[in-house]
Design a protein around this ligand. Structure first.
Ligand code: F0G
Length: 487
């Protein structure tokens, strides 16, 4: 796939390489510790990468949430922040940026994406409602279910295939959508939710055509369409790269078109604008009024919504910057590079490359480990031992137990390696690829994990595990044989 106009250059050898179209002016020291220190750190963290201390981490690829690099202009804008409980000028600057970038007039601030989900869920969902969507996100599902809703993931047959050439695995299946509306009736469906660059299936986008089709069905039945825009810039970028008719359109215009098809747009600005915070936007005053009074109750006054004024300023600037073609393409270009290299090595990885990160298929990487021994969690721990790189388990550890106490096995067992915007260099990326490859060559040395401490809710955050058998020692021994004293 060509990367037209984007920062991917062709080398003399023919190889395509993403080059950084920014220079690094503020840096943070990193540590690459010895394998023994890495082993000690992951043991103390209960083999859960969420519980690691960043002082032990080399490349922190846990998430892009709140970890994207800020620009010089964003940092400068923080100096003009206007501290005020009510009526802050900072808020009006952010409101104006949101009106401009998303094309929505009414703006409600929230302290992060899940807070926006809480407000939307409380405002629109009643007991027994059905909510169709392309795929859930953990916090989305939790809030919707708390308010009595049931979510229905009506993705297409391609969505969960690890290896695919389908450019839009995030599409909604229109037949399933019509069936669901017929089954529940439009009055039991408060809204349809489309998530841009669908996170949990590997950052996979939907097409503009699919969104148009969903909107037409929604309108026919008088149902509103809500867009989770946390990764909207990347989805718009993929439409530009992959959908007929968009290759010459700036990402900003594509993004506006996506928003114009949505009645409500909400987002985590920890992702969308490289700052922290979140918000909800709409052009419909009635919808706005249904949500408005929940903001002072849960978030803070309407002109800060739980965010610091400095973050609000940086968000206003970040919204313009991260919807610029060059800036938004940086992370997907690095991800595509890593996915291509890993794929060429024969290592199972989600294709086509999506947004947010590179997603390794732990189920086939570690096919000797049963899902009940958490292959994605084991791979995350093994990668940390072998490289100091921290990824995130997105498999059965991130799932739940059923009423009989048995694990509900996840649809997919993924190790997510996030590429926050403009944070890592190409040599760091190559180090990661090399250690993933080394692990793949020695994958039989890796064993499973079992819980030693398991919280009843969202166990992946704070749960502690231990290896089944002493596989880490065998892995370390082999590493020393192959790399000697090299870190
Ligand atoms: N929606 C999507 C699609 C997300 O990816 C996230 C967060 C949220 C909503 C919630 O936003 O964290 O600001 O409350 N995703 C992060 C991640 C946590 O690591 O993928 P939040």
């Amino acid at each position: 796939m060509e990367n037209n106009g984007m920062p991917v250059v062709k080398f003399f050898s023919g190889k395509k390489v993403p080059v950084e179209l920014h220079k690094v002016r503020i840096v943070q020291k990193l540590h690459l510790k010895t394998i023994e220190e890495r082993y000690k750190a992951i043991s103390e963290a209960g083999y859960n990468t969420f519980l690691l201390n960043t002082s032990d981490i080399f490349l922190d690829m846990l998430t892009d949430s709140g970890t994207n690099a800020m620009s010089d202009n964003q940092l400068a804008s923080m100096m003009q922040a206007d501290d005020a409980y009510a009526g802050s000028q900072s808020f009006y600057r952010m409101e104006s940026a949101l009106r401009d970038v998303f094309g929505k007039h009414y703006v409600l601030p929230a302290h992060q994406g899940r807070a926006a989900e809480n407000i939307i869920s409380q405002a629109f969902i009643s007991e027994g409602d059905a909510i169709p969507m392309n795929y859930h996100f953990t916090t989305t599902k939790a809030h919707m279910e708390l308010n009595g809703g049931t979510i229905f993931e009506i993705y297409t047959d391609e969505a969960l295939k690890i290896k695919s050439t389908n450019p839009f695995k995030g599409n909604i299946d229109l037949v399933k959508l019509n069936d669901l509306i017929a089954q529940y009736g439009p009055e039991r469906i408060p809204f349809i939710r489309m998530e841009a660059s669908t996170n949990l299936i590997g950052g996979q986008p939907f097409s503009m055509q699919n969104m148009r089709d969903v909107k037409a069905i929604a309108e026919k039945h008088g149902i509103i369409l809500i867009l989770d825009a946390s990764l909207i810039g990347e989805n718009a970028y993929f439409i530009k790269m992959r959908e007929t008719g968009y290759s010459n359109m700036p990402v900003k215009e594509i993004l506006r078109e996506m928003c114009s098809l949505s009645d409500i747009v909400y987002f985590s600005s920890r992702k969308v604008s490289s700052t922290r915070g979140g918000g909800i936007c709409t052009n419909n005053k009635d919808l706005y009024m249904k949500m408005r009074d929940l903001v002072p109750l849960y978030e803070g006054f309407l002109t800060y919504g739980g965010m610091s004024v400095r973050e609000i300023e940086a968000m206003a600037v970040g919204l313009y910057e991260t919807t610029d073609d060059t800036v938004i393409s940086q992370s997907p270009s690095f991800i595509a590079f890593a996915v291509d290299e890993i794929d060429k090595l024969g290592i199972p990885v989600v294709t086509p490359a999506g947004a947010l990160g590179c997603h390794i298929d732990a189920k086939s990487f570690l096919e000797h480990i049963p899902q009940s021994e958490y292959p994605a969690g084991a791979l995350a721990a093994a990668l940390f031992i072998a490289s100091g790189c921290r990824g995130m388990e997105r498999g059965t550890i991130s799932s739940v137990r059923d009423e009989n106490g048995k694990d509900v096995l996840a649809d997919v067992e993924l190790l997510r390696l996030a590429f926050p915007r403009r944070v890592f260099t190409l040599s760091q990326t190559m180090f990661l690829i090399d250690r993933v490859n080394w692990l793949y060559q020695h994958r039989k040395l890796i064993g499973g994990l079992r819980f030693v401490e398991e919280p009843p809710v969202l166990r992946f955050f704070l749960g502690r595990l231990e290896p089944v058998g002493d596989w880490p020692s065998k892995l370390i021994k082999k590493y020393k044989e192959d790399f000697g004293d090299s870190l």
